[in-house]
Every structure is written in C-alpha cells, then in structure tokens.
Write a protein that binds this ligand. Sequence first.
Ligand SMILES: Cc1cc2nc3c(=O)[nH]c(=O)nc-3n(C[C@H](O)[C@H](O)[C@H](O)COP(=O)(O)OP(=O)(O)OC[C@H]3O[C@@H](n4cnc5c(N)ncnc54)[C@H](O)[C@@H]3O)c2cc1C
Length: 377
Amino acid sequence: MERSADVAVIGGGILGLAHAFAAAKLGKRVVLFERSQRASGASVRNFGMIWPIGQPHGEMHVLAMRSRNIWLELLKQALLSYSAAGSLHVAYRDDEAAVLQEFAELAAGLGYQCQWLDTTETLKRSGALRPDGLLGGLWSDSEITVDPRLILSSLPEFLRERFGVQFRYGTVVTWIELPRIQAGAEFWKADCAIVCNGDDFETLYPEHFATSGVTRVKLQMLRTYPQPDGWLLGPALAAGLTLHFYPTFEVCSTLPVLRRRIAEETPEYDRWHIHGLVSQTAQGELTLGDSHEYGMFVDIFNKVEIDEVMLRYVSTFLRAPDLTIAQRWHGVYAKHREKPYLSFSPADGIRIVTAPGGSGMTLSFGLGEKTVQEMGL
Ligand SMILES: Cc1cc2nc3c(=O)[nH]c(=O)nc-3n(C[C@H](O)[C@H](O)[C@H](O)COP(=O)(O)OP(=O)(O)OC[C@H]3O[C@@H](n4cnc5c(N)ncnc54)[C@H](O)[C@@H]3O)c2cc1C
C-alpha cells in the first residue's frame, strides 16, 4: 500500500524535528522517518545548550538568535522545561581576562548582548565557581539550556498531537525518486523531501557526501549524579579553552597569546581538543565535557585519559558539591571542514541539511525555517 504526505523528512534528530516543525507550521502534511526505534544520534547525546554566543558575528549569530527565539516559543507551547539562566565565560588567567574584556568592548557593535563582570559580580552570578584566582567573567543572558533526552522523546509527541506529523521509527529510507520514497517496507509518495541524516553519509546520496568536505567528530561526555540539596549551577559555564574553540572570539587581537600559552603549558588539552563546558539537567545532574576527535573512522571505545583530562580541567573552575561521575558516553556529529553547515539539493524537490558541527542544537530551528523558505513551501 502506498501512503502520501506533502513533505517527507528523513532523520529524527533535532534537525529533522526542526524541519518537520517548520513545514507543519505552514499547514503541510509531514511524515518523518527515523532509522532507530528512538533517536539515538548526536541530538540526544549533547549538553542541550542553545548557545548563540558561540556563533561568529553576522549571518550565523543572527541565525542562532532567530533559532533561539523559535526554541523559546516552542518550549513554551509544548510545556517543556528549560533553563534560561544565560552563560558565563570565566577567566582565571590574565590572557583569558584580556580576550573576554576585549570581546566585551567589541560585542555591542557586533550584535551581542554581553558584558564583562569583575570577580565580585561574577561570583554573584554563579555560586558554582572557585573564587581563588577568579579574575572575572563574560556574562550573556541569551543562552538557554534544554534537556536533550526530554526534548527528543517529548517533541515528537507534541508535533504529532498539535500538527498531525506522522512518525515512522525503525524505518530506514533507502531510496528517493520523487514523488516516490522507499521507507523500510513501505512506499510513500511526497511532493518534496528534506534529508537530515546526521553523520550517516553511506545510505542516501553517498556519491555527494564522498566529495562534500564533511567529516565525523567524536566527543566524550560525563554526567554526575544529581547534586544534593537542590544545589543549582545557575548559568551554563565555559572557560579559557572555549575562547580558542569558538570562532566568536577570533575577532580579538589578544587571542594568539592565549593560544600560545595553552599549547605550551597544557598540550594535552590541544591534543584532545578539550573544551570545558558545564550544564545542569532539571534533575540536578551536571553534564561535563567535551573532547573532539576528528575523522571518518570513529573509535567505538572511549579513552580513559580523555575523561581524566576533562575532569581535571573542569575542576579548575567548577566548585560543585559532588563531581562523582554517574554516566559516560560519546556522541558523533557531522561537520563540514569549511562551512558552518551543509545545505544542498541533489535533485529537484530534495534538500539535504546536515553537518552543523557542534552547533546543531543552537541552529536547528533557525535552519528549519530557512530551509522551508528557500524551498518555497
Ligand atoms: C557530545 C555532544 C555535545 C554537543 N553539545 C551541543 C550543544 O550543547 N549545543 C549545540 O548547539 N550543539 C551541540 N552538539 C551538536 C549537536 O548535537 C548536533 O549538531 C546535532 O544534534 C545534529 O543533529 P542532526 O539531526 O543533524 O543529527 P542526529 O541527531 O545525529 O540525527 C540524525 C538522525 O538521522 C537518522 N538517519 C540518518 N539516515 C537515515 C535514513 N536514511 N533513514 C532514516 N533515518 C536516518 C539517524 O538514525 C539519526 O537519528 C553536540 C554534539 C555532541 C555529539
């Protein structure tokens, strides 16, 4: 039996859900196909940080802010919990303070709303920081934190109930020749297809991915037990290593000094591309990470050394009651070597959108809206 929809979305990660939402909001009949019984790709394995401050100024920051605003509307409509506590990038070294202060001066002109806080003001924003040696921090209220596990399990239900989106889990799409789509044992007809395949470069359009400039990135992550007595992290935290990781701070003339010092003093951080970020779930657990290993082949085993280095780094600025690790995992995302994400049409009516790198949660709903506009839906 052949079934039909206006729009077929392939992939049930956050990009697939965001595109399904964007098309369904326009009144389209949407079906979404996901290979696994539950989404288990990058989207359910991340920090849940909606992090516009991580985007470089201009087009990408504007897109991230638009995405953040759609996130907020949707979270409220779907009654899903989130934290709008903002973010703090903290400085314990002179070179870190120099970059953050320089950025704070440039920020308003570049479209960011953030400010440099001295030590006392920084500690007022977060009781989770080690006071010894703290020089100050960059405060921004734009960042929000969601629980990816909650989002990936609850959002499909909301889209089904509110917009009639149909979901086919445990269903791999192996062939698309519009209007016909082969999805597992079913044949579907759709006017157009949006492929949000994450890092699966082998099933659909392998010939395009082979030459597209994408690669895989593996990240190790840690999660603590719930913190005792309702202890709250407050804003999500980032520190010195983040400053040479996100392109945002490349406008700062003070950045090369910080980069040189990290490379000379702590090459193990550079070796594993460690990036000390901390967020908190509604249950009080702290999510800590992350590391980055680049390449198409992904080692299925985690490296104990990476976990140790990450924990050591995070402990230089985080003062939480209990850093006992309850869960360890890794995630893999697709990344383009030069572009912030990949969006192209391999055939009429078909759009592939993937490889938003470490910013897919942040950009998802902005990208969904942009794609449906560009496709003229
Ligand atoms: C550890 C970690 C931490 C991160 N932290 C953050 C963060 O805090 N903030 C942020 O903005 N970003 C973060 N990211 C990045 C973000 O998670 C990704 O960019 C984003 O999840 C990518 O979403 P996606 O939908 O493209 O991919 P995925 O979530 O991997 O989903 C792709 C889905 O498509 C399915 N699929 C593929 N091919 C087919 C097919 N042919 N048929 C059916 N189904 C198919 C797969 O099964 C998969 O479920 C992090 C990533 C990781 C790994």
